[in-house]
Design a protein around this ligand. Structure first.
Ligand code: SF4
Length: 84
């Protein structure tokens, strides 16, 4: 799946990193933690996470957050919207 390159990506800590580590294979116990460490120090972390959530990106680590956790965030936000 291709996404339009967002402006915040110009300041991304991962811009010069192997993108494969942000899309770890099942059972890969190295890439995911390495990616999250890079994200932790990234100035665009919040924009990156919101981009992935808003675009319902279902794979990879964005903003230091896995797809599973992003699904939980979306579910939580949907619940909050219903009750607001
Ligand atoms: S938060 Fe992580 S995935 Fe997002 S731009 Fe920064 S380094 Fe890349």
């Amino acid at each position: 799946m291709m996404f339009e390159r967002a402006e915040w990506f110009n300041d991304a800590a991962c811009a010069t990193t192997d993108p494969d580590i942000f899309f770890p294979e099942i059972g890969d116990s190295v890439s995911g933690p390495n990616a999250r460490t890079i994200c932790h120090h990234c100035d665009t972390r919040t924009s990156c996470l919101e981009y992935a959530i808003n675009n319902r990106i279902t794979d990879g680590i964005w903003g230091g957050v896995t797809a599973r956790t992003r699904r939980r965030i979306i579910e939580q936000r949907n619940k909050e919207t219903v009750w607001d």
